[in-house]
Design a protein around this ligand. Sequence first.
Ligand SMILES: *Cc1c(COP(=O)(O)O)cnc(C)c1O
Length: 397
Amino acid sequence: MTEETRKRGFRTTLSHVGRSTKREHGFVNPPLLRGSTVLVPTVAERVAMAAKRGERVLTYGTGGSSTHWALEDAIAAIEGGTRCYVVSTGLAAVTTPLLAWLKAGDHMLMPDHVYGPARNFASGMLAGYGVETTFYRPEVDEAQLAALMRPNTKVVYTESPGSHTFEVQDVPAIARAAHAGGAKVFMDNTWGIHHFQPFTHGVDVSIQAATKYLAGHSDVLIGSITVNNDADWQVLHAAGRTLGQYASPDDCWLTLRGIRTMAVRLQAQMESGLAVAHWLRQQPEVAQVLHPGLSGAPGHDLWRRDFTGASSLFGVEFKPSFTPAATHRFVEALELFGIGASWGGYESLAVPTTGFVTRTAGSGTFAGPVVRIHIGLEDVDDLIADLKLGLAALRSC
Ligand SMILES: *Cc1c(COP(=O)(O)O)cnc(C)c1O
């Protein structure tokens, strides 16, 4: 990416990144290139290609093609990094860099609210390979994080806000303590997208479940890992190739298509999400709304300092007089909100959180039951009318 691309507005960038009308014979979009074998005219050329590690040369399908590279350029621009590597799922975007930067005998710090399958990977497979993980309270400050660092701490993982209970982390403070102890800072930036610029806040490795807002249409699974210097790129690229990590070109193509309209989707979903969150906050059944973009909500001050906007995923804590089972009736009574995993698509979702998440460091405890809400592109008035049905079902329990 050139400096010129960096300075452009976000909408302009999303419209133009990763494409060359001249290269594509006049067509607006990059082509969808599928393939495994790549033929070369001579053995000498094949040898020369193999020596160009980490560079964009067509050697074999798993090394990617122009379809992958167009998407990788787009995501690097969205996150403000130098290079991006796309992989099959968001979860693979979590596990691949962990395997790249950790080895037997190392220690990792992970926030207690981390995405569940990332926790499972750390406490399951990584533990089996001799990597120890300490789960820390997501709200730690610099001194508290520094106190958790060990001589062998190689990765400090962050996710902000947490995707179920929405604690916002002081990422710059955590990064200072991590770097002082010689560790790399990872971040799952799926909620922040471009609203949180990881590399200007001390992050070294940024992870996106591009399945969510980037693809945006609930029809693709894909993940990305973005870094901001060549040394980190070489480590990431070598690990990705060694592990056989790859994304289908069809999925890359669909994700790039999603990205072209992402800025307007994000804006609309942020506005609708805030409108529904405000409305929910005024309902007598609700104890609090866990949306960092709401003034007075947990994490709001850090969000204002570090983010330029919000996604449309947030939590609702009901009053303690309601049982978790009553919130199950609440989500089941909704007609427009689906009960389902994932988020970032065009459709609204609602899932109970209480009883469905694991915590070992004492974070994320609430007096009342919590439901996670994703706001899609429907009309806000219709969503609120639907939520009224849900609240009626909740009250009748
Ligand atoms: C969904 C999600 C992932 C994993 O993405 P998949 O593409 O579903 O594997 C990782 N992190 C967060 C925060 C997510 O919400």
